[in-house]
Design a protein around this ligand. Structure first.
Ligand SMILES: Nc1ncnc2c1ncn2[C@@H]1O[C@H](COP(=O)(O)OP(=O)(O)OP(=O)(O)O)[C@@H](O)[C@H]1O
Ligand SMILES: [Mg+2]
Length: 458
């Protein structure tokens, strides 16, 4: 179902600037849509139409199939359904304290006081700004202001969240945290529309991308379609995601792959098949080795080891097969890092399992509803493993339990990559994110490569 739609939208600013021209735009309920385009392309102007701050001079907007009504009742309905995080948080944060600012929207919805309080606390927790609740917003850093602005929208519980450059000005960790929060909201069913100049983010996170250029829609499609259109990408001043660029370079050097990759996982898949063309690999010496010696190679628990062919190869663990060989480039003792060249053959690792541990969302009691002892029991089962946490509640639980997390960013992809390298992974996933992990693993398994086993613990 199309939750929000615009047809033939035209907008001119009072000074005569035509900022939008014949825009057709539609968004599926529950999807993530990215709008990209150069400075001045019209992204913010389009967004200001989505919550009826601006009214088109031509064309129509539809919310759940009904044309926007701009009377008092209509505007109330639009603003309740479409939450907007402005490009500049200073345009949004006006109250004397962070807490009052976040409460502003829910108050306008005329909610009862206890409910307002509860929503404000929940939103503060979700964006990790509880400690700043009583500070004036103008004393906060740019990234902190952005979090508060997002909290203000979360507290309104809108079905559609529109964010104008949500990650601009954030540090890498802050950027991942914001995306994680939005991902969690999306897993709960919220529709997300955002603008960004970050091509890597749009490529890996958006379901659908619109490219705006000089007020018009230049192209719309899924990320793989958008980033396959190299001519359009350069005409509109965008660039290819880093993985696509790297992939193209490798392809020009004879390392072929199938489709252009959009994530690290795709990328590894696309270059790991023709393994024997990778001439030099780093490994760990299984025993003392000498320059020029030919050794076998095994992948064990996520690390590549060399093995003496005549002595060690027969004692490999079952499930770890090696038909790969290479020449050691320098003398090394057992346990030292070495460089191996002239690799031939293929290297198959035993695949690790992924255990998914569901963690209730904050509104379902969050980390307080979790039995920490049970968590410790899961973690302390023998064998090396990687640990990931997705979503705020899961991260809180992991921290509370004193568990060191390996993945807090790009958790699904990192977990699949680790499992493919032979490591077992435990993923703590908040609420609806469990289904998302399972979906991605099944999608990997369907592609026919190494099959990853997974289980979802109660
Ligand atoms: N209030 C205004 N009055 C007149 N022209 C405006 C106004 N706001 C924006 N514009 C013009 O409208 C066009 C689109 O601007 P808009 O802010 O929508 O671009 P944008 O894609 O959001 O750019 P950015 O990436 O820099 O945020 C630009 O040419 C801009 O100069
Ligand atoms: Mg803008």
């Amino acid at each position: 179902m199309k939750i929000i739609e615009a047809q033939n939208l035209v907008y001119k600013y009072p000074d005569g600037t035509k900022a939008l021209d014949d825009i057709d735009f539609s968004v599926d309920k529950g999807s993530i849509t990215a709008i990209m385009g150069q400075n001045g392309a019209g992204k913010s102007t389009l967004f200001l139409h989505l919550n009826a701050t601006l009214r088109p001079i031509q064309g129509t907007l539809y919310l759940k199939g009904e044309a926007f009504a701009y009377d008092k009742k209509g505007l109330h309905n639009i603003r309740r359904t479409v939450g907007m995080v402005f490009q500049n948080p200073n345009d949004q944060l006006l109250a004397p304290t962070v807490r009052q600012d976040i409460a502003f929207g829910p108050k306008n919805l005329k909610l009862p006081d206890p409910e307002i309080k509860q929503r404000v606390n929940e939103a503060l927790r979700l964006v990790g700004m509880e400690a700043y609740a009583d500070k004036p917003p103008h004393f906060l850093s740019g990234g902190q202001k952005k979090r508060v602005a997002i909290a203000g929208v979360i507290a309104m519980k809108p079905e559609i969240i529109v964010l104008d450059e949500p990650t601009a000005g954030l540090d890498p960790q802050g950027c991942s945290e914001i995306i994680d929060i939005l991902d969690e909201l999306n897993a709960e069913g919220k529709t997300i529309i955002f603008s960004t100049h970050d091509v890597d983010l749009a490529a890996k996170w958006a379901d659908s991308i619109y490219v705006l250029h000089e007020g018009r829609i230049k192209r719309q499609g899924v990320p793989s379609q958008i980033f396959a259109d190299h001519a359009m990408i350069s005409q509109t001043g965008l660039r290819l995601p880093a993985f696509v660029q790297t992939f193209r370079e490798l392809k020009l050097r004879g390392i072929s792959g199938s489709d252009s990759p959009l994530t690290m996982l795709n990328f590894v898949e696309s270059v790991s098949k023709p393994f024997d063309v990778l001439k030099v690999r780093c490994a760990i010496a299984g025993t003392d080795v000498h320059s020029g010696e030919t050794v076998g190679m095994v992948m064990k628990n996520g690390t590549l080891y060399t093995k003496r062919i005549e002595t060690d190869m027969n004692t490999d663990n079952p499930g770890t097969s090696t038909t790969a060989m290479g020449k050691v480039m320098h003398d090394a003792r057992a346990g030292e890092d070495i460089v191996v060249s002239e690799m031939t053959g293929t290297l198959t690792s035993n695949t690790g399992d992924i255990h998914i541990v569901p963690i209730p969302r904050i509104i379902e009691g969050g980390s307080r509803a979790v039995d920490l002892e049970a968590i410790h029991a899961i973690i302390s089962t023998p064998g090396p493993k990687k640990i990931g946490a997705m979503g705020t509640s899961a991260k809180v639980v992991v921290r509370k339990a004193g568990i060191k997390c390996d993945f807090e960013v790009d958790v699904i992809q990192s977990s699949i990559l680790a499992a493919l390298r032979g490591q077992n992974v435990v993923v703590f996933a908040t609420g609806g994110m469990v289904d998302r992990v399972i979906q991605k693993i099944e999608c990997n398994n369907k592609q026919g490569g190494q099959q990853i086993k997974y289980s979802s613990l109660p």
